[in-house]
Design a protein around this ligand. Sequence first.
Ligand code: ADP
Ligand code: ZN
Ligand code: ZN
Length: 738
Amino acid sequence: MAFATLAPMPILRLVIGSPLRRLFDYLPPESLDAEACWDLPTGIRIRVPFGHRSTCGILLEVCQDSEVPADKLRHAQEILDEEPLLDEGQLALCLWAADYYKHPPGEILNAALPPALRDGKPYSPAGVPHWRLSTKGLGLPEGAPERAPKQAQLLEMLRAQKALQCSAIQDAGFSAGVLRQLVQKELVEEFTAPPVVKQPTCEAGLALTKQQQQVLSAIDLQDGFQCYLLEGVTGSGKTEVYLQLIARCLSAGRQVLVLVPEIGLTPQTLRRFQKRFKANIGVMHSGLAEGARQRAWDDARHGRAHIVLGTRSAIFTALPNLGLIIIDEEHDASFKQQDGFRYSARDVAVKRAQNEDIPILLGTATPSLESLNNALSNRYQHLQLTERANNAAMPQYETVDLRGQALRGGLSPRLLQQISDTIGAGDQVLLFLNRRGYAPSLQCHDCGYIAGCKHCDARLTLHRKDAQLRCHHCGWQMPVHNRCPECQSSQLVAWGMGTERLEQNLAQLFPDTPVLRIDRDSMSRRGAMDRIYEHIALAEPCILLGTQMLSKGHHFPNVTLVSLIDIDNALFSADFRGPERMGQLITQVAGRAGRGDKPGQVLLQTHYPDHPQLQTLLGQGYGEFARQLLGERVLLGMPPSGQLIMLRAEANQRSAGETFLHSLREQACQQQLPGQCVGPLPAPLQRRQGRYRWQLMVRCESRPTARASAEQLVAIAEQLATPAQLRWSIDIDPQDML
Ligand code: ADP
Ligand code: ZN
Ligand code: ZN
């Protein structure tokens, strides 16, 4: 029997931005010669029909077979790019992340593109306007036009140089008018060309301390993948180590990627980089305007950016010539995305360094237990800086026992005295209170009513300046009532203290000293942090007060007194990571003290001065504290000893999430899931934005069993019947138990 041999039709396998955890197959566009499609490069965008609409996918593979029957396959509509927008390394990293985090690959690849390109808009490479001679201009004899010597000179220059940027024309002394006249005569024309990037140069660095030298010489940039953990106390000169390492990498002609927790909060970091390097430094964060983002993306992927300084999502930036990755403040929770694609940029970065066979440096004063564990077990190379760089001493801790003390404006007599003394000595004070707003609740003194959020199981925070009650979980707000809605009493009492109230108290207590508040409310305007920095740089007495934002790597050389106003909440967290976070926070905030010439002092106000973990932290330092916590985690079988997976479900009905997670657990048990289930339990804040939230935690012994469990859990969840309103999600290596 003879078969007619049919050449197989190429199948285009695409990733499409949809919530489905799978790839999609299409036939070539009908308008195209199918044979030509075998040679399409991966990473280009293709427009395809998707359901009843059309969308844009990214080509992963051209293959011979599809699991979809041939008559069900649809034709793609249009090939959108000639050149790939995502290179092979990026595709591989994104697909690894999709598989590891069990997230739909399309959403991840989309996130690696600037927003405009996700919708299929044509890609026009970033360029800068240049001028050149037009055909008419080229045909002109030399020296013309004779009666306009300036114009003739400019034409001559363009003839010699082929193309000039506007700035170069100006620099050569030609007025805008000369250029305009040539344009009117159609002798010159404008076009865009890629920016010309000069070789990076570098200012001399500081003379390194012995410890810094040892660290720097331990890091090998030539020897492929290696992960280094740099554990260096606050002010030990980690940034100087980064800068000198970057200089080495740049002089070898490679690109460097630096991830930091938040760029807007630490304008200093960018400035230090700009001062040290005459180089193209691409800044990448979510607050960028669309044009700037695309330019930075473009510079990076064409190798024109020498350094990319970015937040979490910058880890997916294409860098063809990447030679080194640095993660500053690697312990910071902001590296883990808490919704949607719940990835850890730090962990993805380590994977990326491994894929590209390059070194990666994780730096912090307060390593996460995960990284510390990797260092102690020699998976990472452990580097330490135990002393401050500029001969500064480490700050001295003192706990202030609040029990039975008469407080003024939330401050103990001891703290008040220290603030006065510090200001009197001409120095600056930093006060930390991790609660914004005026007061965390408003209560009726007559009937006990407490203002609560309409949509969450949460109290409303009083923002007195705006006269609003605001929910810090969902953003809902309402004007402050004059009377209790339950009993009409006018005895409404603001209970507790937030930064707005502390600011007011301080202004009354220290009327002659400027008080600068740093929290999400006061910093919402652009450049607000810059203004604070300018003020601080005056080196005059002032009181800085703020939230978590103050803990992030700032260098305030004139702050000599730091106080954490209320650490009691942090001492008793329900989360198993609570103590670790507390240790990091206290150490980081304290680390802002005494970074200049004068020694620093840290006062901790608490009702629990004898708390054992606090004692360890203050007495023996974060390093010892963290090593003890690590021992406890091993006993509990909690990360980094053992792996966690969190399944969450939320719905408008109270128990729909619970029912769903119960069925999930039952089926998982039947299938002998290689992990141990805890739950379903209500989430700590059970109702949020009107939705009831439940969670099921799965604990696994090892990474391989965790990966197998995750695979199985997703497969089960995708098969389970879900009420229309129910949303479920999976979180691999969850950071927050909320
Ligand atoms: P970290 O990043 O570890 O908190 P920084 O890099 O901000 O520390 O350094 C703290 C201070 O010490 C800065 O003012 C920095 O200029 C200074 N410094 C760092 N290294 C040196 C050095 N080798 N010699 C003198 N001063 C240094
Ligand atoms: Zn009342
Ligand atoms: Zn709310």
